[in-house]
Design a protein around this ligand. Sequence first.
Ligand SMILES: O=C(CO)[C@@H](O)[C@@H](O)COP(=O)(O)O
Length: 233
Amino acid sequence: MLEELKKLVCEANRDLPKYGLVTFTWGNVSALDRECGYFVIKPSGVEYDKLTPEDMVVVDLNNKKVEGRYNPSSDTATHAELYKAFPEIGGIVHTHSTYATSWAQAGRSIPCYGTTHADYIYGEVPCVRCLFAEEIAEAYEENTGHLIVNEFKRLCKDPVSVPAVLCQNHGPFTWGKDAKDAVHNAVVLEEVARMAYLAECINHHIQPAPQELQDKHYYRKHGANAYYGQGEQ
Ligand SMILES: O=C(CO)[C@@H](O)[C@@H](O)COP(=O)(O)O
């Protein structure tokens, strides 16, 4: 089942090492078919260069395996919570990419210091707190998803204009309309995290980019008045 989606998800997972976002098996990509309510995700702990579309695992939104010979990614329950709460998204990526993970380990949200960030992400990339001991013991991956969703609600962040989050002491999740878009956002996040880190090293008193500049760049590329590029082709 979902043969086309398996191909896309396999390719998206294989793109993670290509873009330098993962070491060994430290990341995963999934994509959801909203019509049937199943999503396709990488099998846990299988090396990227060995992955084939047939190796992908199909699961439902209650984390029950529907098809596949392997165990699904250990982060499956986090993906499911994000899909259930964010109806606009169709693909999710988790990695341990170096710079984004370093901000997450430091427990810091990434401020918007420039237009590279503002072109893709509206405002700072939030860093959600580490889970409490009982949340870790009880249902770690599911609770990671709940925490992200609750923090987005509390901060009034919308998952379309902020397609990324950092989980303190863990790492980043990004998402998008499909698996490819979610990988694109993971690449953007890593670059933005690297630039923000270097900018803070160069200038310890750096301030976020002016709001007007952030707005101009974000809305050049998004929304009804966007004018970047060649439009829908
Ligand atoms: O966060 C971690 C490990 O700390 C996992 O996301 C990462 O190793 C990927 O695991 P899976 O191979 O997807 O089960």
